[in-house]
Design a protein around this ligand. Structure first.
Ligand code: ATP
Ligand code: MG
Length: 392
């Protein structure tokens, strides 16, 4: 239903709805509100609550004077009923003499004020009416400002949301552009090498010359094998990078994950391994295949950085609330200018790297609510520290 009482500043002539079934009480109020000088009151009387509510629906009033005991409603429920139907209407409740309790309860429930029948005169009645209208007008203004503020906040939130979506969309597009450029480059190199090797093989087999060297043929086949492996690595890494599936978490012993990762690593000759995992480490919460991928990448990088007589060290210990795993090598180290780029997708300093290894590690560790950091010194080696939260 609409607003039955139009809020505005103090009017000169007030329109009042009196809901009162007792003719004597109604007459008294009419007498109090008889016009004096230019102070006029337009009084409409309803004898029942339902007819009062009906009038509020049809006309607008400045204030309602409400007797609580009516033929169709009794006590505080009378006010509550009216307030439900016309929440914006300023209501002054009329209670019996000395009935402060009901009056206060009505004010608590949203009435502007209460008056005890028989305890008022014209000046008290008029003042109460004027104050009630004024208060109700101020309340209405506050409500309006609140609504305006809420609307503004809502609008700004929507604008921000739209901007964020746009940003992440253009970020994704930029990422796809960057990735496709890198992939084209990374796949063309091995494909070019394979094509060359195949061409040379074909020529050798066509010539079928007697001095055809078995060695040479097997050399080209090696090239094909190696480059197919490289191309395959690019695709595997790309798929791992693009896959943003949810983790399937379970309790894992870091020792097992490290051991599984080491199993797939063939250590270059001359490189020694130092494994130092604290006994009794608590399990971490993670997905084994994903964490294995992280360690495989880190071990492979460490190995790539070293010539013979290097050392790969793996240390793990408790560091509340995580397990800390440090993977160190005695390799070439990483310069400060490279150090800030190595976790970026597609950054590589290797002729056959995809530059996705560390980006994948970072993504996986982030999903585990852990962290991965690096310290390195050119010529001395690098040390990657991985923190993974202990299972609760
Ligand atoms: N332990 C390390 N020692 C020295 N340099 C490293 C080490 N780990 C990473 N880097 C540097 O960081 C770069 C990025 O590493 P990342 O693992 O992301 O890619 P990549 O090893 O080049 O290729 P791939 O995608 O095949 O792993 C490497 O090219 C290398 O220059
Ligand atoms: Mg790598």
């Amino acid at each position: 239903m609409g607003t039955e009482i139009e809020p505005h500043g103090p009017p000169t002539s007030l329109k009042i709805l009196l809901i009162e079934d007792n003719p004597g009480d109604a007459r008294l109020i009419m007498e109090y509100l008889a016009p004096i000088d230019d102070e006029k009151f337009d009084l409409v009387v309803a004898e029942r609550l339902d007819s009062g509510i009906e009038l509020l629906r049809e006309e607008s009033f400045d204030v309602v004077l409400l007797d609580l005991n009516l033929p169709d409603s009794d006590g505080l429920a009378t006010f509550e009923n009216l307030h439900d139907q016309a929440p914006m209407a300023p209501v002054i409740v009329l209670t019996g003499l000395n009935d402060n309790v009901t009056g206060l309860a009505a004010v608590k429930a949203g009435a502007q004020d209460y008056l005890q029948k028989g305890g008022v005169d014209r000046s008290v009645l008029v003042r109460t009416i004027r104050y009630s209208i004024e208060r109700s007008f101020l309340e209405w203004q506050i409500l309006q400002s609140n609504q305006t503020l809420e609307d503004r906040v809502e609008l700004r939130t929507q604008e921000l949301e739209a901007a964020r979506e746009l940003a992440s969309r253009s970020e994704k597009l930029a990422m796809i552009g960057q990735l496709s450029g890198g992939v084209a480059h990374d796949l063309r190199n091995p494909l070019g090498a394979i094509k060359n090797a195949a061409y040379l093989l074909k020529r050798r087999s066509q010539n079928n010359s007697s001095d055809q060297s078995i060695d040479e043929i097997s050399k080209w086949i090696d090239v094909i094998e190696r480059e197919v492996t490289n191309a395959n690595d690019v695709i595997t890494n790309l798929l791992a990078f693009g896959a943003s599936k949810d983790l399937v978490l379970s309790e894992l012993q870091i020792h097992d994950v490290v051991q599984d990762s080491l199993d797939s690593l063939s250590l270059k000759p001359g490189i020694s391994l130092s494994l130092n995992i604290d006994a009794g480490l608590p399990p971490v919460l993670g997905e084994a295949s994903q964490l294995t991928r992280v360690f495989q990448n880190l071990f492979a990088n460490a190995q790539d950085s070293m010539h013979s007589d290097g050392r790969l060290s793996i240390d793990a210990q408790r560091q509340e609330p995580c397990v800390k795993i440090v993977i160190s090598d005695t390799g070439c180290g990483i310069g400060p200018d490279y150090l800030e780029k190595i976790f970026e997708p597609l950054f590589t300093a290797k002729s056959h790297g995809t530059g996705l290894g560390l980006a994948i590690c970072q993504e996986i560790i982030d999903k585990h609510n852990g962290s991965i950091t690096v310290e390195s010194q050119i010529g001395a080696g690098s040390s990657f520290t991985v923190l993974i939260p202990i299972a609760p």
